[in-house]
Ligand binder design. Structure first.
Ligand SMILES: Cc1cc2nc3c(=O)[nH]c(=O)nc-3n(C[C@H](O)[C@H](O)[C@H](O)COP(=O)(O)OP(=O)(O)OC[C@H]3O[C@@H](n4cnc5c(N)ncnc54)[C@H](O)[C@@H]3O)c2cc1C
Length: 387
C-alpha cells in the first residue's frame, strides 16, 4: 500500500491548483454575488486545458486517466468554490458518465466531445416534486412512438436547469410501476415542449441555477434513449462515481475552510497574542484536519479501488456520507474560530458553510447512504415501503 501520489498525479494536481488559484477566485466572488453560472467562455477554457476530460476516453478527446486523477483536479476547483467547480463535477463524475457508460455509440460520439471541449453542459433531472429519496415513485412518463420517445412530466431541483444543454431525464416507460418501469432519456434544452420554472432560491449553491423543468409532449429521437425500462439498477450503479464527485466537492470546501482557518488564527490576535496560541483554538484546528484527511483517504480508496470501472456502493456511500457530515462540521468550526469575521459576508467562510451543507442532500441524503452501507455489509437491500 502506498499513500503517496505518483509524480504524474502530483503534476496534474499542481497544474489544476495553479490555474484555479490564479484565475478563479475573482470569478467565484462574482458568481456568488451575482448568482450567475460560470460563463460559457470560461467553461470552454476549462475544456481547452483538458480539465473536462481527465477520466473520459481518449477516443472522444478525453485524457483517459483514472478517477483518482479526476478527483484531484475537482478538489482544487472546489477549494475555490462549488460554483466554479460545478462544470468539472458534471463532466468528470456527474451525469455525463451515464452517457459514457450506457449510451449508444452515436450518443457518445455526439455528446462526449462537446462536453470535453467545454461547449455543452449535461445536467441530471431525476427528482420530482413528490419523488426525491423515493425516486422510484417518479411519474414522468415516456412512450415509444415509432422513431420517437414522447415525454410528459415535471422535474425539480435539477442543478443547471435552464442553463445546461442536455438533461438526462429519468422517466417511467409504458406506465410500468416501481423501479422496473424506470429508464433515462436525453432531452435537449431547446426541444419543443421543454420549459423551465422560476429560479429556485437555495441556502447556498449561488451560481448553480436550478429550477423545475416542465416536459409537455416533448418528442425526442429514439436514439436519445440511454437505458429503457428495467435499467434503473444500471443507472444507480453509475452513481458510485457521482458519490465520489459529490464527496470531493465537500472535501474541497472543507480543505479550503481549514486552510483559511490556519492562516486567520495565526494572524488574528486576542489578549496580546495570536489566537492559535489558545488551546481551544488548537483543538478545533486539529479536529478540522482529522476530518479533512480522513475524508480524503476514504474518497481516494473508493476511486483507486474502482480502477477503470465504477466505485462500489459500499466504498462510495461511505466516502460520500463521511464527507457530507465532515464538511458541515469543519465549516462550522471554521466560522467559529474566525468569530464575527467567520459570520461576515466579507469572508468566504459563511459561504462555505452554506455550500457545504448541500452535499448531504444532493445525490441522496446521508440517511440513505447509511442504509446503503448497512445493506452492502449484510448483503441484502432493505424494503423502504410499508407494503
Ligand atoms: C443542492 C441540491 C442539488 C440537487 N441537485 C439535483 C439534481 O441535479 N438533479 C436531481 O434530480 N435532483 C437534485 N437534487 C434533489 C435531491 O436529490 C433530493 O433533494 C434528495 O434526493 C432528497 O429528496 P427530497 O428533497 O424529496 O427529500 P425527501 O425524500 O422528502 O426526504 C426528506 C427527509 O426524509 C428522509 N428520508 C426519506 N426517506 C427515507 C428513508 N427511506 N430512510 C431514511 N430517511 C428517509 C431523508 O433522508 C430526508 O432527511 C438536489 C438537491 C439539492 C438540495
Amino acid at each position: 500500500m502506498d499513500f503517496n501520489l505518483t509524480e504524474q498525479q502530483r503534476e496534474l494536481q499542481a497544474a489544476a491548483r495553479k490555474f484555479a488559484r490564479a484565475e478563479l477566485p475573482d470569478l467565484a466572488r462574482e458568481l456568488e454575488k451575482e448568482d450567475k453560472p460560470v460563463p460559457h467562455e470560461m467553461v470552454r477554457r476549462y475544456g481547452e486545458l483538458g480539465f473536462l476530460g481527465i477520466n473520459l476516453p481518449e477516443q472522444y478527446g478525453g485524457l483517459g486517466l483514472g478517477h483518482v486523477e479526476a478527483l484531484l483536479v475537482l478538489e482544487e476547483f472546489a477549494q475555490i468554490s462549488v460554483a466554479v467547480a460545478f462544470p468539472v463535477f458534471e463532466a468528470l463524475t456527474g451525469p455525463v458518465r451515464t452517457i459514457e457508460q450506457f449510451g449508444s455509440d452515436a450518443l457518445k460520439a455526439k455528446i462526449l466531445p462537446e462536453v470535453i471541449r467545454g461547449e455543452k453542459i449535461v445536467a441530471v433531472a431525476m427528482s420530482e416534486p413528490d419523488a426525491g429519496t423515493a425516486l422510484t415513485d417518479l411519474t414522468t412518463t415516456a412512450k415509444m412512438d415509432g422513431d420517437s420517445i414522447v415525454l410528459n412530466g415535471r422535474k425539480r431541483w435539477s442543478s443547471g436547469a435552464g442553463h445546461s444543454d442536455y438533461y438526462i431525464t429519468y422517466c417511467r416507460f409504458d406506465s410500468v410501476e416501481g423501479a422496473k418501469g424506470i429508464g433515462a432519456v436525453v432531452v435537449e434544452k431547446d426541444d419543443a415542449g421543454v420549459s423551465f420554472g422560476a429560479r429556485e432560491e437555495l441556502m447556498g449553491f449561488r451560481g448553480i441555477p436550478s429550477a423545475d423543468i416542465f416536459l409537455d409532449d416533448v418528442r425526442v429521437p429514439a436514439g436519445n434513449l440511454i437505458v429503457g425500462a428495467g435499467g434503473f439498477g444500471k443507472l444507480m450503479s453509475a452513481f458510485g462515481l457521482e458519490r465520489c464527485g459529490n464527496a470531493t466537492m465537500g472535501l474541497g470546501v472543507a480543505a479550503a475552510a481549514l486552510e483559511d482557518a490556519l492562516a486567520y488564527t495565526q494572524e488574528r490576535e486576542a489578549f496580546g497574542k495570536p489566537i492559535v496560541d489558545f488551546q481551544a483554538v488548537q483543538m478545533k484546528l486539529a479536529e478540522m484536519a482529522m476530518q479533512v484527511d480522513a475524508s480524503r483517504l476514504l474518497i481516494w480508496r473508493a476511486a483507486a479501488n474502482a480502477g477503470q470501472g465504477l466505485p462500489t456502493v459500499y466504498e462510495s456511500s461511505l466516502a460520500k456520507c463521511f464527507s457530507n457530515e465532515m464538511v458541515r462540521e469543519v465549516t462550522q468550526l471554521g466560522v467559529q474560530v474566525m468569530g464575527g469575521y467567520g459570520y461576515s459576508k466579507d469572508y468566504p467562510m459563511e459561504q462555505r458553510l452554506r455550500d457545504g451543507f448541500a452535499w448531504g442532500i444532493a445525490g441522496g441524503t446521508t440517511d440513505v447512504q447509511k442504509t446503503n452501507i448497512t445493506a452492502a455489509m449484510i448483503g441484502r437491500r432493505f424494503n423502504q415501503r410499508s407494503k
